[in-house]
Design a protein around this ligand. Structure first.
Ligand code: CP
Ligand code: NVA
Length: 317
């Protein structure tokens, strides 16, 4: 049996994404029924960047699955400085049942997965944040009933990990995804090509634009993210000047569908990428979205363990 990893949003087929999201809804309703990590088995959770939601949702989720999380902060292990990623993988997979890693380079995750016989999960890289998108899509299902055919506008830094993941996961779920950001801060062509190829399978669509109005027009979901991602702090002043036309505020929301759902992965900077009025307003689903990290990742972990032959199917139900 081939071990399954989750390094990018496209590592799940459209049908598999549906399975994981459906399982997440089941597990949200009955949180302690499925225990594929009973033992308890250990899951390693590495952070090379800081985190609140990802840290707590994985720690709580692993515990709820019957396992024991081992959270490793920057500088606490030999990973990446005293020992190669490959050697770390070769040691860890003899001791733990899952490897979850927030890091910078996507290539590091790929190397870890290449040498690991247990599932490796991307807990955010410079390129993607696929676990966040599982939570976002679960939230869209809850709010709009489905993802297929629904439109999602993402405004702001359209070259970051969240923009890439909205594009890929959105079309994987059959959504019409519109990404708006200034010239030079749009997704790379390889990401657009991959999204278009997947959209052709699901009936989703891709629009890349520098015109926020074009993206927002009648959108069912409006999403944004910080303009200054982790690792970009030294570019703060330049970035604050760049994205002003892409703020999600009342004027932007007036162009979206009435009652459109607002998403933000958090942490949010009120008055910068999103107004306080919108973030704290009735259309904002960001707290449900944050909670759904827990449910979606529990489902993902259970699903990956079963599909990799490392847990019994009945643990998945
Ligand atoms: N959304 C998200 O990943 O939050 P943290 O950085 O707090 O984990
Ligand atoms: N784009 C942000 C997401 C934080 C969850 C970052 O990488 O810092």
């Amino acid at each position: 049996m081939t071990v399954r990893h989750f390094l990018t949003d496209l590592d799940l087929s459209p049908a598999e994404l549906d399975q994981v999201l459906t399982l997440a809804a089941t597990m949200k309703a009955d949180p302690y029924a499925i225990t594929p990590l009973a033992g308890p088995q250990t899951a390693a959770v590495f952070f090379d960047k800081t985190s609140t939601r990802t840290r707590f949702s994985f720690a709580a989720g692993i515990s709820a699955l019957g396992g024991a999380p081992l959270v490793v902060n920057p500088g606490e292990s030999q990973l990446g400085h005293k020992e190669t990623i490959a050697d770390t993988a070769r040691v860890l997979d003899r001791m733990v049942s899952l490897i979850i890693w927030r890091t910078y380079a996507q290539s590091g995750l790929e190397e870890m997965a290449a040498y690991s016989s247990v599932p490796v999960i991307n807990a955010l890289s410079d390129d993607y944040h696929p676990c966040q998108l599982l939570a976002d899509l679960l939230t869209v299902r809850e709010q709009l009933g489905a993802t297929q055919g629904r439109s999602l506008a993402y405004l702001g830094d359209a070259a970051n990990n969240m923009a890439n993941s909205y594009l890929l996961a959105g079309v994987n779920a059959g959504m019409d995804v519109r990404i708006a950001g200034p010239e030079g801060y749009l997704p790379e062509q390889r990401i657009i090509d991959a999204a278009q190829e997947r959209a052709a399978q699901t009936g989703g669509s891709v629009l890349i634009t520098s015109d926020p109005a074009e993206a927002l027009r009648g959108a069912d979901v409006v999403a944004t993210d910080t303009w200054i991602s982790m690792g970009q702090e030294q570019e703060k002043e330049a970035r604050l000047a760049l994205f002003g036309d892409y703020r999600v505020d009342a004027a932007a929301m007036a162009q979206a569908a009435p009652g459109a759902v607002v998403l933000h992965c958090l942490p949010a900077y009120r008055g910068v990428e999103i107004s306080a009025e919108v973030l704290d307003g009735p259309q904002s689903m960001v707290w449900d979205e944050a909670e759904n990290r827990l449910h979606a990742q529990k489902a993902l972990m259970a699903w990956l363990l079963v599909e990799s032959g490392l847990a019994d199917a009945e643990t998945e139900r």
